[in-house]
Design a protein around this ligand. Structure first.
Ligand SMILES: Cc1cc2nc3c(=O)[nH]c(=O)nc-3n(C[C@H](O)[C@H](O)[C@H](O)COP(=O)(O)O)c2cc1C
Length: 380
């Protein structure tokens, strides 16, 4: 039987175990949106994950929506990321970069020349973002013109190239959590009247163009995708036919044979049963003709749920978010069934080492205790 702790190969990536560090925005980039040495330490501490998905990283200045998030569009940013990828690889880990364009979840103070953010629509989201002044309402967006969309696709493609050149093992295209690509996918947001709006075939067009361009640039074996079929975050109201939309999208992706799809089940960071959705139907569409592509699941997974998901074949890998923030050695703790450290939720976004690189690994006394308990159970 396959377990959560077994190695796995998917696409061009060979991972030591099936535990994924979920992408986690921490707002600690330096001037010029450049990754810092402290970020390299943070990721290095977590390199025992089978796979790390980096925090969301903007593909262009326009793709930014929060203060101090890193980019992957300048030489300085690539050099900063190179320290991160080198540090993770030196510890035997694997890391992919999450490619991000926030679309309308932004604020004019974060946009080049104070311009309005761009989206599929000109309607403002009901939500907040984190700016130099703290949490502020997001700004009213401008709907992207038809003739601008090739530029957006080209920016994703260049960002994927930059990620590989900065030493990443691949990329995860962020098509989740109410950001730009989901702003195109969902009919609750996309109100366009051109060939990128209306029926699902049109709404999936931009995300499909992006996936095709990224695969053409760096290869499918290094390309993954994040989806959140029913999440309500960032004012992403439910699509009128989420299942039909996502089934179609994943079917269209099948010929690409992506390295992985990473599905957020339910409301990101919230209830898993926020709306009905058949994730297994997506998984089977993804796996058809692509048995070695990894199906990664996420959201509210406990150790027991994760072990069960992999053992039952429902998932190939399981991603953990919050528990990776407070447990740099989460993999050992899960192996040992050791206690998990609590999260300091005051230090999530912005700041320095506090609540970032200062979570200690498991106390050796607890390791002995956990091992002892385990061997006792095994003997019984
Ligand atoms: C502080 C924080 C930052 C996050 N940043 C991102 C991000 O950059 N990209 C993304 O796709 N999801 C992001 N998420 C969502 C997580 O990847 C994950 O889906 C969520 O925490 C649920 O998993 P968990 O229950 O294991 O924590 C973030 C979540 C948290 C708590």
């Amino acid at each position: 039987m396959i377990t959560l702790f077994d190695p796995i190969r998917f696409g061009n990536i060979a991972a030591d175990n099936r535990i994924v560090m979920a992408p986690l925005t921490r707002d600690r980039a330096g001037p010029g949106q450049v990754p810092t040495p402290l970020m390299a330490t943070y990721y290095e501490q977590r390199a025992s994950a089978g796979l790390i998905v980096s925090e969301a990283t903007q593909i262009s200045p326009e793709g930014q929506g929060y203060l101090d998030t890193p980019g992957i569009y300048s030489a300085e940013q690539m050099a900063g990321w190179r320290h991160v990828t080198d540090a993770v690889h030196a510890k035997g880990g694997k890391i992919v970069l999450q490619l991000w364009h926030v679309g309308r979840i932004s604020h004019v103070s974060l946009q080049p020349n104070g311009q309005p953010p761009v989206s599929s629509t000109a309607r403002r989201a009901n939500g907040k973002t984190f700016t130099a002044k703290g949490f502020e309402d997001v700004s009213e967006p401008r709907a992207l013109r038809l003739d601008e969309l090739p530029r957006i696709v080209a920016e994703y493609r260049q960002a994927a190239r930059n990620a590989i050149d900065a030493g990443f093992d691949g990329v995860e295209v962020h098509a989740a959590n109410g950001y730009l690509l989901e702003q195109f996918l969902r009919d609750s947001i996309n109100d366009r009247r051109d060939i990128y709006g209306g029926p699902k075939e049109n709404r999936a067009r931009l995300p499909l163009e992006v996936m095709n361009a990224v695969v053409a640039e760096i290869g499918a074996g290094r390309t993954g995708l994040r989806l959140s079929p029913v999440t309500p975050v960032n004012d992403a109201k439910q699509d009128s036919d989420a299942q039909g939309l996502l089934n179609y999208f994943v079917e269209q992706l099948a010929p690409l044979k992506l390295a992985f799809i990473h599905a957020i089940e339910g409301a990101t960071g919230g209830p898993r049963d926020v709306a009905p959705f058949d994730y297994a139907a997506l998984r089977s569409r993804f796996k058809t003709g692509n048995e070695h592509g990894a199906w990664i699941v996420n959201n509210g997974y406990t150790r027991a749920m994760a072990i069960d998901a992999v053992a039952s074949g429902a998932a190939d890998m399981v991603a953990f978010g919050k528990s990776f923030i407070s447990n740099p050695d989460l993999v050992s703790r899960l192996r040992l069934d050791a206690p998990l450290a609590a999260l300091n939720s005051d230090a999530l976004y912005g700041g320095g080492a506090l609540g970032y690189t200062d979570y200690p690994p498991l106390d050796p006394a607890l390791i002995v205790k956990a091992r002892g308990e385990r061997s006792l159970t095994q003997r019984l």
